[in-house]
Design a protein around this ligand. Sequence first.
Ligand SMILES: [Mg+2]
Length: 356
Amino acid sequence: MKIKQIRTTTFKAPLKTPFKTALRRVDHLEDLVVIIECNDGTLGYGEGAPTPVITGETMGSMIAAIEHIRPTLIGLDIEEDFEAILSNLHRSIVKNTTAKSALEIALYDLGSQAVKLPLYRMLGGMQTTFKTDITISMNDIDQMVADSLQAVERGYEILKIKIGDNPKKDIERIKAIHHAVGKNITLRLDANQGWNAVQSVEVLQTIENAGIWPQLIEQPVKADDIQGLKYIKKRVQTPLLADESIFTLKDAITLLEIEAIDYVNIKLAKTAGISGALELADTARNFGVKCMIGCMLEGPYSVAAGVHVASAKADVISMIDLDAVSLLAENPVTSSICFKESEITLGNEVGLGIRP
Ligand SMILES: [Mg+2]
């Protein structure tokens, strides 16, 4: 199974409703699908969404990075050279994590087809059912309460609340949603770097004093504000999850060694793919820290890859934030993975399990 050709194409799909965070607003999903073809006709699919405000990548930069990496992979054999292929991919260019992830997903799709196993089985996974949260976009309070109630109606038991543009308003949002949905619904808060450390402590202490206990607060401060995370962790009880602060193993080790965080958010677009995600999960386990697996606003191929990783590292990845497929108004792929609102079920098809 020698790599013959690597192509890219864009994947476009409308969203049910606009996706809004403290960093951006998106009305339409548009990302990049990578197709790797082998000399025996086998196809591997990968995907990644350019998220300039998080990874620094654009559609153009992703395509250029893949063009740059391509010659180092052509002609190599999936079964005989898999390690060399991954090594070439990561050595060809630094950063460009989403482009590398899209390529890696396609390579793992091929690798698992070569050994005739579903990808999660190839990675040692057993668990096949997962419960994801759903993102509640950042809006005015009434809209967020209405969206939260609708999500609960649709069967979601965990809501990921996007906040971070205004600490006072954020407190009101959290209180209003908590009171509307009740204490049996788990709230995850994501401020997407919107607050500073002092504001974070104010918001979290206020809601804790009001008897509201979110499962976690994700990335309250700027990605590089390590001291800020530490300052917050000392002063609030709500567990702290790092997202934009952790791309590499080194990022994670730095934060874990100084005990600045409680959880790690793994996203393939940050770890440059599946191999980095597996390593990050193993590193967190060594520190006795649980992980969430998340996704960008991206399509079914890369979300599926996240589900396979969640299965492979189910002992340490205890939280699933893979709702991107449920945010799409329509999903034009064939999938052996069932995305049914909050329930995700892996199938038995070999490979990644997603086909155009
Ligand atoms: Mg986040």
